[in-house]
Design a protein around this ligand. Structure first.
Ligand code: NAD
Length: 419
């Protein structure tokens, strides 16, 4: 059933969500307090469409039922409203600087302001679905007291940047954190996005499931990092080890996030773990896997940086690519940015080509240099490395090259040739 849906907060997540809901045939009315976000042109060119291949922009026709309006107009028309505003963490809790000893909760100022403004402007009861990420306990203690008679659902989405449409339309499950007031539209709209298993649970259960999912991914990436590190140190072959582990699909589940590369990153995972370690400390917990995962991530990145300097042997250092993953230009929480920070703090001069656009704007060494593949975009992997250069490649994707020494971290030439 097509509904009239409001989306409040049109950032990296909210705008692609608004477009995707409209592609499903819903009438979408969208609002952001920042007028520059109230424009389809603000959608990242790197967001892919439902097929995860072509761009989401290419799916936007003249007749796509999405439009931008004031909050008052939005609330006079919609059946329900999704809130996708930021819940930021401090800059030192993002994962691009060494982990500090202090911890803190996310900031809920935007979320509280958004919910307050919805409640104030709503001419009648409207279902409110919160998609912003919060720590367990937040919805009941800080948001529920604001909403009065408006039914409130906590409905975080499990989507990756660049793949919001595809992940939204093929969810692993539909998660609905509900309170006493019955919500109808939010469950119907989200349940209609895919034929996934549905969990209707308490706010706290949904909140914990959301952040625990991110911790699981971070832990998986960090286990991969440590396997790669150990392979390099012991002579095991990392590509073979991953081939073996990926076959263990009965006990270790899917092969996603199991492979060579950098530490975990992005605008969600590191910060969610660091915030969870704050919550755990508040509860007096005696173990803190969240911090341990973040420390192991940092140690791996630091070790990679040291290996880079050793292999460079005095050549100028060039870091190619600092987006947190290929196909994205997002630098938030990137472990390649963390590596650049750690190298700078250690007194090493490193030239950083953050994105492929920098290859033409930066003056990179014309002669031999040491290159580190921070993000395996084709433009970096296929860069014309000058003769005599060293390439350090944690992704194990750079081929053998004449006159260039390629170090694929943890991989033997035999296993690389077979991969
Ligand atoms: N980016 C992701 O991959 C991802 C994935 C899952 C969950 N999340 C969560 O979703 C939320 C949003 O993330 P994001 O990356 O889109 O953030 P963002 O900073 O890119 O966008 C937030 C938007 O909300 C707007 N906003 C803030 N307060 C507002 C208000 N009172 N009224 C209207 N608009 C307001 C801002 O202007 C901004 O455009 C966060 O809680 C984040 O943790 C993000």
């Amino acid at each position: 059933m097509a509904a009239t849906i409001g989306v409040v907060g049109l950032g990296k997540l909210g705008l692609p969500i608004a477009v995707t809901l409209a592609l499903q045939g819903h009438e979408v009315i969208a609002y952001d307090r920042d007028s520059s976000r109230m424009d389809l042109a603000a959608l990242s060119a790197l967001e892919l469409g439902p097929d995860a291949t072509s761009s989401l922009h290419a799916c936007i026709g003249e007749d796509l039922p999405v439009r931008f309006a004031s909050l008052d107009e939005l609330l006079s028309l919609v059946d329900c409203v999704f809130v996708v505003v930021d819940t930021p963490h401090g800059p030192t809790f993002e994962g691009i600087t060494p982990l500090p000893d202090s911890r803190s909760d996310f900031g809920y100022v935007s979320l509280i302001a958004a919910v307050r403004s919805i409640v104030d402007a709503a001419p009648r009861p409207v279902e409110i679905g919160i998609m912003s990420t919060v720590l367990p306990g937040t919805i009941r203690s800080q948001i529920l007291p604001l909403v009065g008679e408006h039914p409130l659902v906590y409905c975080p989405q499990f989507v990756a940047m660049g793949r919001v449409a595809a992940d939204l339309l093929r969810p692993e499950f539909t998660l609905l954190g509900c309170g006493e007031q019955t919500a109808v539209m939010v469950p119907e709209i989200l349940g209609g996005l895919g034929s996934a298993k549905r969990f209707v649970v308490s706010y706290e259960t949904a909140e914990l499931a959301k952040v625990a999912y991110n911790t699981f991914v971070s832990a998986k990436v960090t286990v991969s990092n440590l396997v790669q590190w150990m392979a390099h140190e012991t002579g095991a072959d990392v590509l073979d080890v991953f081939r073996i582990l990926r076959s263990a699909d009965q006990r270790l589940t899917s092969d996603a996030y199991l492979g060579p590369g950098m530490g975990d990153g992005g605008p969600c995972h590191p910060r969610d773990n660091i915030a969870l370690s704050w919550l755990f400390r508040q509860k007096g917990a005696g173990a803190d896997l969240f911090t341990d995962v973040m420390r192991a991530r940092q140690a791996y990145v630091e070790w990679l940086g040291n290996a880079f300097r050793e292999y460079a042997g005095g050549l100028p250092l060039v870091l190619l690519g600092t987006a947190f993953k290929p196909g994205s230009d997002i630098q938030t929480g990137s472990s390649a940015v963390l590596m650049a920070t750690l190298l700078n703090q250690a007194g090493a001069a490193v030239t950083v080509a953050a994105t492929k656009a920098h290859l033409s704007t930066l003056s990179l060494p014309a002669g031999a240099a040491a290159f580190f593949i921070g993000c395996p975009e084709p433009e970096f992997v296929e860069y014309p490395f000058p003769a005599g250069s060293v390439v350090v490649d944690p992704w194990c994707v750079v081929p053998d090259l004449d006159g260039v020494r390629v170090h694929r971290i943890g991989a033997t030439p035999v296993a690389y040739a077979q991969s």
